[in-house]
Ligand binder design. Structure first.
Ligand code: OGA
Ligand code: NI
Length: 367
């Protein structure tokens, strides 16, 4: 297990280089089985998703301890696990600057990026696959992954791109502001379950919570109906705050009835989703939700995902206040460090990874 995480199981091919080579058909290793292709679940009734959308939560109206805000968050988490946040306090100029800095990175010639090629050991740097399963069907996307906080876990300088020159500074400032938003979201989430508003933050490690940034780059794809930019998955951490592309859609969320709904991002909004750790801590009152990314033949797409994670070494388990004889604890305690090794080995697998942990110990799964 430790060994297979040192290197990728096959030579890494940059999806961007495939897209730019002008090929008419995608290589077989990107062709999804028919049940996983974008059109698999579309039927006559649900073909037009335009009138269905994830909820919008306004963080600008009233105070953070506002009952209305907690109620809006509660409804959004119960019904969808995904929502857009407006009036969130992060400056639109900073959001744009961060997105454009990363667009600038991906637009550089390949050799300038290859020096940051990542390995499955830490994932930090420039990557083109998730998971180390040999022969896996791959996703049509490249990414760049970094640790932002806590300070002790922050990616060392060698992992940060030198170009564009503003990339590091802008990403750091962006990270600080989005982490502040995560802390506000945590208070609202806690309150929305009737808990003390600091309860969630404390359970996940207080000021030592982790944050990672992944810039996702989805090149144009000559056969978008056969593949995905990112396979269906739930996010392993606490919360994800996504800054989507300002004009190209691609994120799809799986609704309760199994249908995929394409998100239409509002201007200057963030898309927030509940991760697996909230499902664990809330004893499944709030569920992490599957999502995926579709690609298209006309335009590339970029997104910035900030993953807010528990401190790596503290066991996370259902909050005792949310465990009752009628609703017994569903998950064994586990640290995020353990959980992350498990998820990283397997790559995106819908919600199968969290489901598999119900009632058993994570060490069994890492063997
Ligand atoms: C992710 C993710 C969605 C997107 O990075 O985990 O779900 O739109 N990204 O890129
Ligand atoms: Ni995700």
């Amino acid at each position: 297990m430790a060994d297979c995480m040192q290197e990728w199981p096959e030579p890494v091919v940059r999806v961007q280089s495939l897209a730019e080579s002008g090929l008419a058909a995608i290589p077989r290793c990107y062709v999804k089985p028919p049940c996983d292709r974008p059109a698999a679940h579309v039927d006559a009734v649900h073909d037009d998703d335009d009138d269905i959308s994830i909820p919008v939560v306004d963080f600008g109206a009233g105070d953070d301890d506002d009952v209305g805000l907690a109620e809006a968050v509660a409804a959004a988490c119960r019904d969808w696990g995904f929502f857009q946040v407006v009036n969130h306090g992060v400056k639109p100029e900073l959001m744009r600057a961060a997105r454009e800095a990363w667009r600038g990175f991906f637009r550089q010639p390949l050799p300038a990026k290859q020096r940051y090629a990542n390995s499955p050991r830490t994932y930090e740097g420039y990557g083109s696959r998730l998971g180390v399963e040999k022969g896996a069907i791959l996703d049509w996307g490249d990414y760049y992954f970094l640790h932002l906080s806590p300070a002790a876990a922050k990616s060392p300088d060698k992992y940060w791109p030198e170009n564009p020159g503003v990339c590091k500074e802008v990403s750091e400032e962006y990270g600080e502001e989005v982490i502040r938003l995560c802390e506000r979201l945590m208070r609202a989430l806690s309150a929305s379950l009737g808990l003390d508003e600091t309860r969630f933050q404390e359970a996940f490690g207080g000021a030592e919570c982790g944050a990672c940034l992944r810039a996702n780059y989805y090149p144009r794809c000559p056969q978008p109906d056969l593949t995905l930019g990112l396979s269906a998955h739930s996010d392993p951490g606490v919360l994800t705050v996504l800054l989507a592309d300002d004009h190209v859609r691609g994120l799809q969320v799986r609704r309760r009835d199994g249908h995929w709904v394409t998100v239409q991002p509002l201007p200057d909004a963030f898309i927030v989703n509940v991760g697996d750790q909230i499902q664990i801590l809330s004893n499944s009152m709030y569920k992490s939700v599957e999502h995926r990314v579709i690609v298209n033949a006309e335009e590339e797409r970029i997104s910035l995902a900030l993953f807010y994670n528990p401190r790596g070494d503290i066991p996370v388990a259902p909050a005792p206040e949310l465990v009752t004889p009628e609703r017994p604890s569903l998950y064994p305690p586990m640290t995020f460090d353990e959980y992350r090794v498990y998820v990283r080995k397997n790559g995106p697998k819908g919600k199968a990874q969290l489901e598999a942990l119900k009632g058993q110990s994570i060490t069994e799964n890492n063997e």
